[in-house]
Design a binder for this molecule. Structure first.
Ligand code: MG
Length: 280
């Protein structure tokens, strides 16, 4: 099943895709729907349907909390980052977690308005995002996938100069409207093996990043197990799982977004998240 949040006649509602239509869900938001007990979810599906082409999709969920993220979770990206920073490559024994402010969330298809006075180095990071579907704590890796509602695409847009200046990652990755997600959340049964998905990012049609979730240093099970140790995860929480190699700052010479760029994050069995860049 593919779940969306859609706008029609000025109202944002949750829905599920059925063929070329979106079927409305009775909950106020998709976040509310995700929080329902599994048995009650199906009863929330209505008979009301609209052609998908006639609605505007918005970010499927806008989490109440910060978006959780994993840094340097693909070996080749960890290697290119170390090289670009002039550091020695050191792999951590546990995932490197950080977070992004929820006000950073942006819609699929949206123009991302990025301010030149804030940063000169807006960069891209294609990522698989997990949407949590249950309230869990201290989850064992073997049970971790049961806590997942679904998966979506996320672009962890980063202001590299801010990231460097502030000594940690939060500020440079939390700017308003800089974190598009979507276009929909795909349930795990449609994904198959989550550790075997092709993931790519194209900029104006040129492939910049290409990887596979098989190359994660910490897989989805381990990420959920580690993050939930002593810390409750709740329905609707979003976890970005890291990016493969090919980010802009590690290119020679470094490359960053320009006004008018079109950026696409594509993940196998999920879809394509497309955004236009506006630098003002
Ligand atoms: Mg990232």
């Amino acid at each position: 099943m593919r779940y969306v949040s859609f706008e029609r006649d000025g109202r944002v509602r949750p829905g599920a895709i059925d063929g070329d239509d979106v079927v409305a869900i009775a909950s106020e938001t998709l976040l509310d729907y995700v929080a329902l007990p599994t048995a009650r979810r199906i009863r929330a599906h209505t008979q009301e349907r609209f052609p998908l082409a006639g609605v505007r999709l918005v970010a499927p969920v806008r989490p109440r909390k910060n978006v959780f993220c994993v840094g340097r979770n693909y070996l080749e990206h960890a290697r290119e980052s170390a090289r670009a920073d002039g550091r020695e490559l050191k792999l951590p024994g546990v995932p490197t977690f950080f977070s992004k402010a929820p006000t950073a969330i942006a819609d699929p298809g949206a123009t991302l308005v990025l301010q030149a006075k804030i940063s000169q180095e807006y960069d891209w990071e294609a990522e698989l995002a997990i949407v949590i579907g249950a309230r869990v704590k201290d989850v064992a890796p073997a049970q971790a996938l049961d806590a997942i509602f679904g998966y979506t695409c996320l672009n962890d847009v980063t202001a590299r100069d801010l990231q460097r200046a502030h000594g940690q990652w939060f500020k440079g990755k939390s700017l308003d409207g800089s974190c598009p997600i979507g276009p929909w959340i795909v349930s795990p049964d449609e994904i198959g093996n989550v550790q075997a998905l092709e993931i790519a990012l194209t900029l104006n049609g040129t492939v910049k990043q290409r990887g596979n979730t098989a190359d994660m240093i910490f897989d989805v099970r381990r990420i959920i197990a580690e993050l939930s140790r002593g810390m409750t995860l709740e329905p609707g929480d979003v976890i970005a799982t890291g990016t493969p190699e090919g980010v802009g700052f590690a290119q020679t010479p470094p490359e960053f977004f320009k006004d008018g760029d079109v950026v696409e994050v594509a993940i196998e069995h999920i879809g394509t998240l497309r955004n236009t860049i506006r630098i003002v």
